[in-house]
Ligand binder design. Structure first.
Ligand SMILES: Nc1ncnc2c1ncn2[C@@H]1O[C@H](COP(=O)(O)OP(=O)(O)O)[C@@H](O)[C@H]1O
Ligand SMILES: [Mg+2]
Length: 332
């Protein structure tokens, strides 16, 4: 396992519906290094949340991990006992979601909810729980932690609630924090603060972060590497700067063109024509082929195998390194 906290190999997530089976995540492989921040990007419906929920064993009953392995801190998550799983979730590997209000109990004060996380994962004295709750709230950037502890969720703004969720996510010093669209429901300024916060937590505590977003601009702010996901597949991955400077997959290029910028305020965003196909729809070997302006016959008949572009830059597309389709005349 070495330097990786997470190693996912050939993971498939299958949805069972009306007697049929559909792959919502299709043999994806990736790693997250210890202390690293990795991003997963893709439009809505590409399987990002399913990937996160699979890691946390929070998939609904009709959705299952059916293939592959998920090694976390040296253990295969598919093989751990329910007791081990309870220890991992909420302690070593925690998750924060897009909408904090739905994850907070409206009837309990913030202090109790944040402190409860520790109660579930060890025997701490009342005084220690209070001390660590204050520390976690403070680290999560809540201006008056003592006062916040006494408040109820509805007394806080959306940004403050997300900080409370982050405090809950970090209070037990996890090795990996999974953040699924943590800033999507927030305004731009608060979004930037929450991203800075995740980065600071990473730097100060060494917690690795798996950041999920539909916005490559968000990923670019804090992730050292990024996985581009489309219709349940990773289609391109690499160091964030390489992906942004030298994107090769037409889908990645489309996502880059869709990054909102201040300069373009008021100008409608470029978006990729078409839509992500529903899981129930049969897809060609390259899942993006039907929306791709560079696609040719081969993309509809042959799966694009893994291509190494440069050491960490990997591509699944028939396009060659220069961005052109290899000519059919090639006899090699
Ligand atoms: N509970 C569910 N039952 C059936 N299909 C679902 C369910 N949740 C999500 N899906 C489908 O699974 C696919 C992947 O969804 P998801 O992982 O939530 O995408 P993302 O997080 O990238 O937006 C989508 O096509 C979505 O419609
Ligand atoms: Mg999602």
């Amino acid at each position: 396992m070495g330097e990786n906290i997470l190693e996912v190999k050939h993971m498939t997530v299958t949805l069972y519906e009306n007697g049929e089976e559909y792959k919502v995540v299709n043999r994806i492989s990736f790693t997250v290094g210890k202390g690293e921040i990795v991003g997963i990007v893709g439009e809505s419906g590409c399987g990002k949340s399913m990937t996160a929920l699979a890691l946390q064993d929070l998939l609904k009953n009709h959705i299952k991990v059916t293939e592959g392995s998920m090694m976390f801190d040296g253990r295969d998550l598919r093989k751990v006992t329910p007791a081990e799983r309870r220890q991992i979730n909420g302690k070593d590997m925690t998750m924060i979601f897009q909408e904090p209000m739905t994850s907070l109990n409206p009837l309990h004060r913030i202090g109790r909810q944040v402190g409860e996380v520790l109660q579930l994962h060890g025997s701490y004295s009342h005084a220690e729980i209070e001390k660590r709750t204050l520390e976690a709230l403070s680290m999560a950037g809540l201006p008056d932690p003592a006062k916040t502890m006494r408040m109820y969720p509805h007394e806080l703004s959306g940004g403050m609630r997300q900080r409370v969720m982050i405090a809950m996510g970090i209070i037990a010093s996890p090795k990996l924090l999974i953040a699924d669209e943590p800033t999507t429901a927030l305004d731009v300024t608060t979004q930037a603060h929450v991203l800075e916060l995740l980065q600071r937590i990473n730097q100060q505590t060494g917690t690795a972060v798996l950041l999920i977003s539909h916005d490559l601009g968000v990923i670019n702010k804090i992730c050292s590497r990024v996985l581009v996901m489309y219709a349940g597949k990773i289609v391109e991955q690499g160091r964030t700067e390489d992906i942004l400077r030298n994107p090769i997959h037409p889908y990645t290029k489309g996502l880059i063109a869709s990054i909102p910028t201040r300069r373009m305020k008021g100008v409608p965003l470029a978006s990729i024509p078409g839509r992500v196909p529903p899981v129930t729809e049969e897809k060609p070997p390259c899942p993006f082929a039907s929306r791709c302006d560079k696609a040719d016959k081969r993309c509809f008949t042959e799966y694009p195998g893994r291509k190494t572009i440069s050491d960490e830059h990997i591509l699944w597309c028939h396009i060659d390194k220069t961005g052109k389709k290899p000519g059919k005349q090639s006899k090699l």
